[in-house]
Design a protein around this ligand. Structure first.
Ligand code: FE2
Ligand code: FE2
Length: 308
């Protein structure tokens, strides 16, 4: 885990002026969250690979939905089709989740036709923020079950309450731009093993929430819509605290896992940062860059690189 990232998060959490962070200040460029199409084989060695709770996937929606539930796809489904006759693969077209935030297991966000690019981006973020509430409540339960210190459990509970506030504030911004927050659902899971809990924290907290904090700080400095700047300024401080909580959970869990498990966690964290870099390879357009203050591809890459 990189010490510089901890320092950035402490500074943002304290509300220090973000213009002092070189990779956040300056003019915004564009933001891109391109639609993605991935193809997955349906069978291997004669065995059906994509099984749902009800048996082999009967429709491409079932197959892609199952892949989202498993975490093989991180995004909201736009369309799908089977490939081949008889079908040998399924093609899933989806919007990758770009906004930062802690996702619960199997999060699926319903696609809507947004009234504007800004409204659509905010509507999806509102759904991810709302989904962060059960995600943190689950973290608190799992930490309790694994005997974690009270400060980590109470930190997760407090974070859940802060995510309620984020979801309301972002939903309010989305409505100002004529968009209703997207609906989302997730899967309830029993308490996982300590390594699974630590892996989830490494990906969702140490990678995604840390990036979410940097992105929100950048938006608070660059958004031309003052309401957006104000909301993201408050969110940046909270998300930086969530990232610091993730680092504390990382420290506690890695002390209890062997060296090979810790290497697997670090690989998962780096993979997620790599995925974030791939999702931010394109510049944003128009009001996404101005009203929302979303950074250029180059600046996004810089921000993510600070966290590796
Ligand atoms: Fe949040
Ligand atoms: Fe958060």
């Amino acid at each position: 885990m990189n010490d510089m990232a901890r320092t950035w998060m402490r500074r943002i959490a304290l509300g220090l002026p973000v213009v002092t962070l070189p990779f956040i200040s300056g003019f915004g460029g564009c933001y891109g969250c391109p639609e993605t199409t991935d193809t997955f084989p349906l069978s291997g060695d004669g065995a059906v690979v994509i099984m749902t709770d009800a048996g082999p996937a009967a429709s491409c929606e079932d197959a892609c939905g199952e892949l989202i539930r498993r975490g093989s796809i991180s995004g909201s489904l736009i369309s799908c089709q089977f490939v081949g006759d008889p079908a040998t693969a399924v093609e899933c077209r989806y919007d990758p989740y770009c906004p930062g935030g802690r996702r619960p297991t199997g999060l699926q966000v319903a696609s809507r036709e947004p009234s504007s690019a800004v409204g659509g981006w905010l509507a999806e973020l509102a759904a991810v923020e709302a989904a962060s509430v059960p995600a943190f409540e689950h973290v608190a339960r799992e930490l309790t079950d694994h005997g974690a210190p009270g400060r980590l459990v109470s930190g997760a509970r407090r974070s859940a309450l802060e995510e309620v506030r984020h979801a309301r504030a972002i939903a309010g911004l989305a409505r100002r731009y004529g968009a209703e927050p997207s609906a989302a659902r997730h899967t309830l899971t029993p308490t996982r093993t300590l390594e699974e809990v630590a892996r989830d924290n490494a990906v969702e907290g140490c990678a995604r929430e840390a990036f979410g904090a940097l992105l929100a700080a950048r938006q608070s400095a660059a958004a031309t819509d003052p309401a957006v700047a104000r909301v993201f300024g408050a969110i940046a401080r909270d998300e930086a605290r969530h990232a610091l909580l993730s680092y504390a959970i990382w420290d506690w869990t890695t002390e209890r896992l062997d060296a090979r498990a810790v290497r697997r966690l670090d690989d998962a964290r780096r993979e997620e940062l790599g995925a974030l870099q791939r999702r931010h390879e394109e510049d944003p357009e128009g009001a996404l860059a101005t009203a929302l203050g979303l950074p250029s591809a180059e600046r996004s890459q810089d921000m993510i690189a600070q966290l590796v």
